[in-house]
Design a protein around this ligand. Structure first.
Ligand code: GYE
Length: 338
């Protein structure tokens, strides 16, 4: 019964090198299904629906909407899960509160995408003391104690920033350019890592100068407002590096309102590859996008099922991302899922 569910989930998983193993866990704290809800179980004997509490960052971007949908579409009753989902509206205190309430409810597993990197040790320790395994999805936490979570699944954000930086260096940095940076949420793993990756890739190219850098909080509105300010104080912007597509889309609005042509007068590079971003790329308003895959639901389900069956998972599971220039975006757009 379990293996039937497991193979069904596995079929939908793009990343097969998940580092999952069917052998028994020896750390003794893998939860069994004792005490879990049996409602909606289609798998046979009662009591084996897996209760999962998921604390989402918010609804700040197209990426986030696709990520939420993927999780809600996969952790269904039909697939053997009983999902409690909460939206923290980009506030750490809301996430801590949600996690505490999942602990109080006695869920079998807690999964969450931490809005910022630091400040999680206390609540993660509470989950560990309650013997509830925690899975980090999408974003990392900064902690010395790696036993506070089972695994972290998500993209390599430093690598994403590097790929953008390399493209800028090779395609635009052949002459002196002024770059402005629209940063993601302050203190979040993708903002920290994407900044670092871009700097690493461009530091030896003396043509590239970052003249301004500010957070737009990963939102379209934030990107627009920050870009308006950049345009007012800097007459010579050549390139916008946006940490996500939504901020790039906001920047497009600001650039057009200032009477300039995005993608030509001011080049734009970003990260995510959501449909609106890919559309702007195919229309020539964005110049290059490195993908960040939001469809983490199937992998999360597979990880939880594996732990639940007594298996082990690798502590870090990296998802694979593509990259698109304008022609590649045109070709990819018709089949884009999100
Ligand atoms: O790039 C951005 C979202 O954590 C990878 O968060 C995620 C980022 C994504 O708001 O659009």
């Amino acid at each position: 019964m379990v293996s039937k569910k497991f193979s069904m989930l596995a079929a939908g998983v793009a990343v097969l090198a998940l580092g999952l193993s069917a052998c028994s866990s020896d750390d003794g704290d893998t939860k069994t299904d004792a005490g879990s809800s049996s409602t909606g179980d289609t798998g046979g004997s009662s009591g084996d629906t897996i209760k999962v509490g998921f604390s989402q960052v918010g609804a700040e971007s197209g990426w986030r909407a696709a990520n939420t949908k993927s999780i809600q579409d996969t952790l269904t009753k039909e697939n053997g899960f009983d999902l409690s989902f909460s939206d923290a509206q980009q506030k750490q205190e809301n996430q801590i509160q949600a996690i505490r309430s999942y602990i109080a409810q006695g869920v079998d597993y807690i999964a969450f995408s931490p809005v910022v990197e630091t400040g999680w040790d206390a609540v993660l320790q509470e989950a560990k003391s309650a013997n509830i395994p925690v899975i980090l999805t999408d974003r990392a936490v900064d902690t010395q104690d790696k036993t506070l979570y089972k695994t972290f699944i998500g993209s390599d954000f430093v690598e994403e920033g590097k790929r953008v930086g390399e493209w800028v260096s090779n395609n635009l940095g052949t002459e002196p350019i002024n770059v402005v940076e629209l940063q993601g949420t302050t203190g979040s793993a993708p903002a920290i890592d994407r900044k670092q990756g871009f700097l690493d890739a461009t530091k030896d190219n003396t043509n590239i100068k970052i003249i301004a850098s500010q957070t737009g909080d990963f939102t379209r509105d934030g990107g627009k407002k920050v870009m308006e300010g950049f345009l007012q104080s800097n007459p010579d912007i050549d390139v916008v590096y946006a940490h996500n597509d939504d901020m790039a889309l906001g920047a497009i609005e600001a650039i057009e309102a200032a009477g300039k042509t995005p993608g030509k007068d001011i080049k734009i590079v970003s990260i995510d590859g959501v449909k609106d971003g890919m559309t702007a790329l195919s229309e020539g308003k964005i110049n290059y996008i490195v993908e960040c895959n939001p469809l983490l639901g199937p992998d999360l389900a597979k990880i939880i099922q594996t732990l639940h069956d007594g298996g082990t998972v690798e502590p870090r599971i990296v998802t694979q991302d593509g990259a698109f220039d304008q022609e590649q975006a045109k070709a990819a757009l018709p089949d884009r899922q999100y």
